[in-house]
Structure formats: C-alpha cells, structure tokens
Design a protein. Structure first.
Length: 548
C-alpha cells in the first residue's frame, strides 16, 4: 500500500485516541494517588505534632524527651527530625499571631514542636522519586483554668413548681421527684465530656468541638448526651433523672448549642487534654437548653392554689435573647470562661383572701412584674504555685432591673427591645367600688464587683452572693408597704378609708407567700433579684492547650 493512500484512511483512529487517553488517565491516577498519600501522611503528622506539643508543654523540664516519646508512641515509622523550642506565649489578640510565641528557657510556659520527615510515593517511582519531604509544627501553652457558676443557688426545690416550668418549656407532662431535681442541682457536668457524648450520639467522627456544637440536633439528643456524660462522671442518679425526663417528652424541638456555648480556643480541638475540664451545673445546662429550644421564649404557668396563702396564681415568663456574641458560656483566648444569665421578664397575677369580709370582697388581686437584665461573671485571676491552686478571683455584675406592682399587657413581654407599659393595677373591682394601686423598686446598675475564693472555698464549692446594693429581700412586702392606693366609689375618688386599710392588710399578709414564690421561680431560672450567686467548681493549674 502506498503512503499517500493512508492519508485518507480513517480506520483504527479511535484505537489510537483511546490509547493516548488511557496513558493520560493512568498518569492522572498516579498523580492523584501520590497526592492523596502525601495529604494523608501530612494530616497524620500534624496530629502527632499536636500531641507532641501538648506533652512538651506539660513537661517543660524535659520537653524534648516528652515530645520524642509521644512521636514514638504514635507509631510514626519514617525517619524524622524533631525540634522542640520552649518559650513564652502571650494570648493577646492585639499581637500578631506569629509574634505571640517567643523563645525562652527561663519562665517558659509554652513549647513549639516541629517534625520533619518523608512521605512515601508510589507511582512517582517511575520518575525515580521514592518520597517527598513534609514538615508540620504545633504550639501548646500552659493555661490556668477555673470553672465557675453563676446563679446556682442550691436551695430545696418545690417539685411541682419545677415540673410545671420544665413542662411548659417542653410542652410535655413532666413528673420528676424532688430527689431527681436535687440530684441535678448537686451535680456538675464537664462540657467537653458532654460534647464528646453528643458527637457519638450524632454519629460525628473526627469533628472539632465547635463543629459538634454547631450541628443540627434536638432537645432529646441534648438530654440523652447529658445523661451519658453524667454516667461517665459517675453521677448515675442525675443521669437517671435526665433519662426519666427524656422518656416524658411527647416531642422534641430543634436546637443549636453553638449559640449557647463558645469554647474559644478549645473549640478547634477534637479532644481534650487531661485535666482540661470546663464544668457547669447540670440543671442550669438543662434549663438553658430548653429555654433556647422554646421558640417564642414565653411560657405560662397556671399554679392554681398550690402556693399557701394565695388562692390562685398565674405566672407568665419571657426569656430574652442574650447580647450578640454573648453566649451562656464563653471561653476566652486565655481559657477563661465568661458566664451570663439571660434577660428575664416574669409577671405574676396572684389572688389573695381579704383580711376581713368587708363589702363582700371575695378576693384581692396582686399583680407583680419583674424585669431583670443579664447578670455576668468572669474570671479575674488564678493564683497557682507549684502547679497547685491557691485562690481564684471573679468579677461579678448582678442583674439590674426593677420590680413593680402594675398591670401590663402580657403580649408585650417577649419583645425585650421595647419597654413594657405599666399601668395602675386593678386590685379590687366591684360594681360600685374600684381599688387601684402602683408601686416600683429599681435595682441600681452596678459596676463589676470582685469576689475571691481560697482553696478551702474551692474544695467545698462554697457559694458567695454579690448584691446590687438595692433592696433585694422581701420585694413584695416592700412594694406593698409603698403601694400608692386610690379608691373610687361610683366613679368618684375618695380617701382610702376602711377599704384601703382592708386591701393593705390583705396584701401585707400575702406578701411573704408571694416572696417565697418569686424566690423559687427565679431560683429555677438561675437568676435572683438584685443578686448574683457564684461559686468556683474547680481549678486546673498549668493545663496545656494548643494555641495558634
């Protein structure tokens, strides 16, 4: 056959193209396999570098030996070069990240580890290359960590009142015993252990703490994970109470815990170093989660005649959103948590028996409106000597607000951006006689107040109370004593006279019962009028944590 005749012959062209494409595909496949292998080995080396840095920071007397032992224990088989540099880390956001670590041998509180090794190549052998160099670094710094609580006044609970509150938040019939609630109030849960349990329940693998908290979940998931975390801590009675609660739920609501818990620098980790516990009260955690899941943040409790001294009580509660970027628990760049309560509005509409049978008055009405802003607590200082805690100082700011005897529109309670209009309360309403009254007590807005806990206070979980300086005891009684009454007969205003005296005596007798109810309700919500109760749950000195 002559060559010119092949010019127009197209038979077999597909075979030639396929052969060329196959060769290119094999080349791409080889490149992808080697690239994936290098990526996998680099990730693995980074994990080992992280662990080595934590070990070096934990044992700054012998940082190289500690880091090298960690590398060997993690089974890295390739030859490697290890560099360990002790130094000082300054977690100041104003300082550029690369400048926060400085080399130092005296007074070192951090360690920077660099591991250089080889990642094997497979298809690149055809080009004469067996491996490629990889290097990863990690820095860990010691931190003094303290866990504390705000608003955890551990008083005896009325089981029925607590069941009514949790039942209203969940839309279910809750029937926990007082012993169940006491178990939850007396138990703390480690947020990191809880997040690990939550990741297991949500089937999340290799997820950081922040990724777990940002995941979609239900209140049922949270309660079951809380129970598992308490079981892991040896708190079986509290875990049992939570499982009983989970079994009572007729439905669950969606919730995202990322808006409640901000673990700061710890959040990027997928596991916690030994001793890096961040503990909060189990009941506080449960109540706060259910409050977040309740969409309209407003519940109504019909307590009937369950409160001695009151013939009927209706309570309307509205929980407001926290300030932007201010979750319930925040861990700062120094590993220091900041804990806040939420804005709260509580309206009680109570009926009391009159002190006498004058004019056929069947009952006297006493409406009480309570509005509280946030209470805050944050870590001020930790005194550690020889890696043992000596004392912890907190800065505390009680919740400002006010308490009134007034009529309001309960539909306005949930709008925390607008002040609630208060009107004189209709205390007695008869065909010819009307008694109205209004009173108010303001809680002053305080600056941060310092409170210190020594080692004995910490070991005993001692509770300390910081007051706003305003009247905080006997609120209802104080309001009644300052109540400005007006009496109208047939539309004409008259002096208070015997009717006013009867109403005043009736309200005065009922005020202690109303104070007891207010204290119980606000205690369940983790807030107190004009006060902030704080305690230190535990301290860890020199706990290593990965830093940027």
């Amino acid at each position: 056959m002559r060559w010119p005749s092949l010019r127009g012959d197209r038979r077999g062209a597909v075979t030639a193209i396929a052969a060329g494409s196959l060769l290119a595909s094999i080349g791409c496949l080889a490149f992808a396999v080697d690239l994936g292998s290098v990526y996998f080995e680099t990730r693995r080396l980074q994990g080992i570098a992280d662990a080595a840095a934590l070990s070096a920071a934990a044992q700054l007397d012998t940082p190289f030996a500690a880091a090298d032992a960690t590398v060997r224990l993690n089974g890295w088989k390739q030859p490697y070069t290890l560099t360990v540099r002790p130094g000082i880390y300054r977690p100041d956001p104003k300082i550029p990240v690369d400048d926060r670590f400085t080399d130092a041998t005296t007074g070192a509180d951090a360690a920077r580890v660099t591991i250089t090794s080889e990642a094997p190549l497979y298809f690149a052998l055809a080009l004469g290359r067996k491996s490629t160099r990889i290097s990863r670094s990690a820095t860990a710094a010691r931190a003094n960590l303290a866990s504390f609580s705000i608003g955890s006044r551990l008083l005896a609970l009325q089981g029925g009142l607590a069941n009514a509150l949790l039942g209203a938040l969940t839309g279910s019939s809750i029937n926990l015993s007082v012993m169940d609630y006491d178990a939850l109030l007396d138990t703390d849960v480690d947020l990191l252990t809880f997040t690990d349990a939550l990741a297991t329940r949500l089937h999340l693998e290799a997820a950081s703490y922040d990724e777990v908290l940002a995941a979609d979940m239900t209140t049922g998931d949270v309660i079951q994970a809380l129970a598992s975390a308490l079981d892991a801590d040896g708190s079986a009675s509290a875990g049992s109470a939570l499982r009983k609660l989970a079994g009572s739920l007729t439905g669950t609501a969606d919730v995202t815990l990322g808006s409640l818990i901000d673990l700061g620098p710890i959040g990027a980790q997928d596991h916690a170093a030994s001793g890096q516990a961040i503990r909060v009260n189990a009941f506080d955690m449960l109540r706060t989660t259910l409050g977040l899941a309740n969409g309209d943040r407003q519940v109504q409790l019909d307590l009937g005649a369950t409160v001695p001294g009151l013939t009927n009580v209706t309570a309307t509660l509205a929980i407001g959103d926290r300030m932007a970027t201010s979750p319930w628990v925040t861990v700062t760049a120094k590993g220091e948590p900041v804990i806040r309560t939420a804005q709260t509005r509580l309206y009680l509409d109570a009926r009391v028996l009159p002190a006498g049978n004058l004019l056929g008055i069947a009952s006297v009405r006493l409406p009480l409106f309570i509005e509280l802003a946030e209470a805050e607590a944050k870590l001020s200082a930790i005194d550690c000597k020889a890696r043992k805690p000596q004392s912890v100082s907190l800065l505390v700011r009680p919740a400002p607000g006010h308490v009134s005897i007034a009529d309001i529109d309960t539909a306005d309670l949930s709008n925390h951006k607008t002040a609630v209009a208060e009107r004189p309360a209709k205390i007695v309403t008869l065909p010819l006689i009307t008694v109205a009254g209004q009173a108010r007590v303001d809680l002053s807005n305080q600056d941060w107040q310092g409170v210190s806990f020594d080692s004995t206070d910490i070991a005993g979980h001692r509770l300390k109370t910081v007051s706003s300086g305003s009247l905080v005891q006997g609120i209802a009684g104080s309001l009644v004593r300052n109540l400005d009454l007006s009496v109208k007969v047939g539309g004409l205003s008259i002096g208070t006279g015997p009717v006013g005296a009867l109403v005043g005596n009736s309200l005065g007798v009922a005020a202690p019962a109303l104070d007891t109810l207010v204290n119980a309700l606000t205690g369940l919500l983790g807030i107190h009028i004009g006060q902030a109760d704080v305690r230190v749950n535990g301290v860890r000195c020199g706990v290593p944590a990965l830093v940027a």
